[in-house]
Ligand binder design. Structure first.
Ligand code: PMP
Length: 284
């Protein structure tokens, strides 16, 4: 059984209770972050904290604790739960008040929750097999750059994928792919360019995406940050997704059409290895 963090206390997971009047529960009024853990160490923690600060600022909230304080909680949970490989989730809501759409006064205590999840990120079967995807319309609100806990459409998209026997979904807005339901979307064109949508309010600025763009350029690959259509994706040589929970996963099928030859592509596999090599450099 896990130890989790709730508002200053480390408690057994079944004892961690939040009010029914918490705004996170009532309105999805909160922000979250997810940081990967490899060999008991946090990966790209400063980037995640920077994005947390930005997401909070965009909805008029402040950091619940300073970065050092949050790092201490992450490390405490990793130790207590003997986490070697997996994830630490952090969620912060605007706190608890009697039901009212308007924000409570700024001295209302936020609710801060952190918990660990064990997961094999590096030795993942999906990294070898590759994902099958469907495309669905991107019906989320128009601030997908903010990492809010309001994840209902991501849940719906994953359910739609499951109903069709696929692993996950890519979201399409105005004829172009914005991102995956919980990852950033990339294709490799037949002439070898790596294409991913440029940052805007339409997608989350993935921490993994940012790191991978560096690795792509260092590898001498041509990078194009622009929207791409489903037709381009169907015709691509390769496709992949990035996230802290997967690093780089190949995409082998989209809407029932094989991508490339229907198995993980060589550039995708190389970039995944480069990403893992960098992670190992960070922690050793
Ligand atoms: N887009 C969405 C919608 C996500 O939920 C995630 C994962 N949190 C990502 C992209 C990837 O972001 P990161 O690389 O920071 O995990």
């Amino acid at each position: 059984m896990r130890t989790v963090y709730l508002n200053g206390d480390y408690v057994a997971e079944q004892d961690a209770k939040v009010s029914i009047f918490d705004r996170g529960f009532m309105f999805g009024d909160g922000i979250y972050e997810v940081t990967a853990v490899i060999d008991g160490q946090l990966i790209d923690f400063p980037g995640h904290m920077q994005r947390l600060r930005r997401s909070l600022g965009e909805i008029g909230m402040t950091m619940p604790l300073d970065e050092d304080g949050l790092a201490r909680i992450h490390h405490h949970l990793i130790e207590d739960n003997a986490l070697r490989e997996g994830l630490v989730y952090l969620q912060v809501t605007r706190g608890t008040q009697d039901r009212n759409f308007l924000y409570p006064s700024t001295d209302t205590p936020q609710t801060l929750v952190l918990y660990t999840q064990a997961k094999a990120v590096i030795d993942s079967p999906l990294a070898k097999r590759g994902l099958t995807l469907i495309s669905v319309p991107d019906l989320r609100w128009q601030r997908s750059d903010i990492k809010t806990t309001q994840l209902l459409y991501a849940c719906m998209a994953k359910e739609m994928a499951k109903a069709e026997g696929a692993d996950d979904a890519w979201l399409v807005r105005d004829g172009a792919v914005t991102e995956g339901s919980s990852n950033n979307a990339f294709i490799v064109t037949r002439d070898g360019a790596v294409v991913t949508r440029e940052l805007s309010r339409a997608l989350l600025p993935g921490i993994t995406r940012g790191v991978l763009l560096d690795l792509i350029e260092r590898d001498g690959l041509r990078l194009e940050e622009r929207p791409f259509t489903l037709e381009e994706a169907y015709a691509a040589a390769e496709a992949f997704v990035t996230s802290s929970t997967s690093f780089v996963y190949p995409v082998v099928n989209l809407d029932g059409r094989a991508i490339g030859n229907g198995s993980p592509g060589p550039i995708t596999q190389r970039l995944r290895q480069r990403y893992i090599d960098r992670v190992h450099d960070l922690i050793h």
